[in-house]
Ligand binder design. Sequence first.
Ligand SMILES: NC(=O)c1ccc[n+]([C@@H]2O[C@H](COP(=O)([O-])OP(=O)(O)OC[C@H]3O[C@@H](n4cnc5c(N)ncnc54)[C@H](O)[C@@H]3O)[C@@H](O)[C@H]2O)c1
Length: 348
Amino acid sequence: MGETKLRCGVIGLGMGKAHIRGYQAHPNCEVVAVCDLDEERLAKAKDEFGIPAVYSDVDAMLAAEKLDIVSIATPNKLHKPFTLAAAKAGAHVLCEKPIAMNVAEAREMQAAVEAAGKRLMINFSYRFNAASQALKRLVDTGVLGNVYTARTCWLRRFGFPGFGGWFSNTAMSGGGPLIDLGVHRIDLALWLMGYPEPDVVLASATDVLTKAECERQGKEANTENHAAGFIRFKNGASLQVEASWACHRAEDEFMETHLYGDKAGLVQKNVGGGYNFTAELFETRAGALYTTEIGRTIEPAKSAMECFADAILNDEPTPAPAEQGIIVQQILDGLYESAATGKPVTVE
Ligand SMILES: NC(=O)c1ccc[n+]([C@@H]2O[C@H](COP(=O)([O-])OP(=O)(O)OC[C@H]3O[C@@H](n4cnc5c(N)ncnc54)[C@H](O)[C@@H]3O)[C@@H](O)[C@H]2O)c1
């Protein structure tokens, strides 16, 4: 890879701290600047990560720093303007999920980055852990055969992020748990299924528990608390998705993805309500049903940030490219439209 050090800048210091750690783990990356409106977060990040320059204005950072990579980890509403600004300043962009508020914004982002001759990757972070990478390697051996249907969910019994803040304001977030949590589950299922092209979607969503929480806390929020959707793909396969920040069920935090193929099936789920994952493979062999637990991984995985830097340095395809972020966003837009109208929506 030579001696090139990529100059990285990170905007937004909540999830953005994970981006800093990711780049700092790469031998050819240097986080030279960070930007946030929150002075306390800026000061803490400067100390904790030894960042040379801190900014409270994105344009000032872009003008001063000649960045190779810009990471965007701000409220969703700012993904588009900051991507456009970073591309104009000649940087590759790693943008948090969801790619944008809607597919029109996402396409504008992709066009701007392409026009600048740069790359846009989306941080679909749940692909970049060792358990998911191992599962993808297994699925890619063809063990499942043809995957004809899948179901996936991320359900919280009660876990609104920062209730009353930007997450629960659709003008800043684009939506609630479906765009926040469902986005990860849809991406993971699609990635394992080989990203089939969506055709038609149908969904329902409710804000009944959001309203109850507004009343209890005396705060404003206008997103759904639960959404359920059905996606049919052009190849005939389908995916059911469910996401909640609040719903009456046993587990506090429950993530599960099932894939059903004509040769075998699998499930990946989180362990003990946390962020580690386990998986099982289901097969029929010689007249008997077999269940295989997929054990601990021995192959380490690189973070999205390290993978992005590698792709740039080695001139290789970007994992989780904008095109896939756009397909997920098309599905999300369709699901929200269907939930609002009560009608199936053709994905465009
Ligand atoms: N991939 C994941 O697993 C994951 C996890 C959490 C959040 N996210 C995504 O990361 C993004 C940020 O989420 P979060 O949880 O960190 O939110 P957050 O509210 O904790 O952090 C957002 C930060 O952006 C800063 N900010 C807002 N406006 C700004 C501006 N104009 N200029 C500079 N900074 C500005 C805020 O001050 C805040 O510090 C969202 O898109 C979210 O969906 C992804």
